[in-house]
Design a protein around this ligand. Structure first.
Ligand SMILES: [Zn+2]
Length: 151
C-alpha cells in the first residue's frame, strides 16, 4: 500500500524534523551534559506550542505558499518567458551566482525582517519573538500573515 504523495511528503518532513531534534539534543548533551535534560524539560511547554504552530502552518499556510511558488515558477519558465536574471547569472558564472545569491538573499531577508519590526507589521510578528525558552524550534513560531512574507 502506498501513501498519497502529500501525506508521504508530510511524514517525510516530520521524520526530518525528528532527526534534526535528535541531532540538536545530542549536540546539547555534548555541550551541556546533564543540564541539557533539565533545560529540555523546562522548554517542553514552549516546544509543544512551537510544534502545534508548525503543524497548523503546514496544514494551512504552507499549501497556499507552495501553490503561489509553483505558479510563479511556471510563469518564469513559460515558453517565451525571459527574465533578466538568466542573462545576469549566465554572465557572472556559477561561483559569482552563488556569492550574489547568498548576499542578495541575506540582505533581502534582513530588510524583510526589519519591516516586520515596524509598528504596522509588529502585531503579526510579535508571536515570532514570544518564545520564553528560545530554541531552534522557536523559528517555527510564526503568525500566518508573517509566513506570507517568507515566500
Ligand atoms: Zn523579528
Amino acid at each position: 500500500m502506498s501513501l498519497p504523495p502529500a501525506l508521504a511528503a508530510y511524514l517525510n518532513q516530520a521524520l526530518e524534523l525528528g532527526l534534526m531534534a535528535l541531532g540538536f539534543f545530542i549536540l546539547s548533551l555534548m555541550v551541556k551534559g546533564a543540564r541539557a535534560i533539565s533545560d529540555a524539560r523546562a522548554a517542553a511547554s514552549e516546544t509543544r506550542n512551537n510544534l502545534a504552530l508548525y503543524v497548523l502552518d503546514t496544514l494551512t499556510v504552507a499549501p497556499a505558499l507552495t501553490l503561489a511558488t509553483a505558479t510563479l515558477y511556471a510563469l518564469m519558465h513559460a515558453p517565451g518567458a525571459v527574465y533578466a536574471g538568466e542573462v545576469v547569472w549566465a554572465r557572472i558564472g556559477p561561483i559569482g551566482t552563488g556569492i550574489a545569491a547568498v548576499a542578495i538573499c541575506d540582505f533581502l531577508g534582513y530588510c524583510n525582517h526589519r519591516l516586520y519590526h515596524t509598528a504596522l507589521l509588529w502585531p503579526s510578528h510579535a508571536i515570532h519573538h514570544s518564545d520564553t525558552k528560545l530554541s531552534w524550534l522557536s523559528l517555527l513560531r510564526m503568525h500566518p500573515f508573517d509566513r506570507l512574507g517568507t515566500l
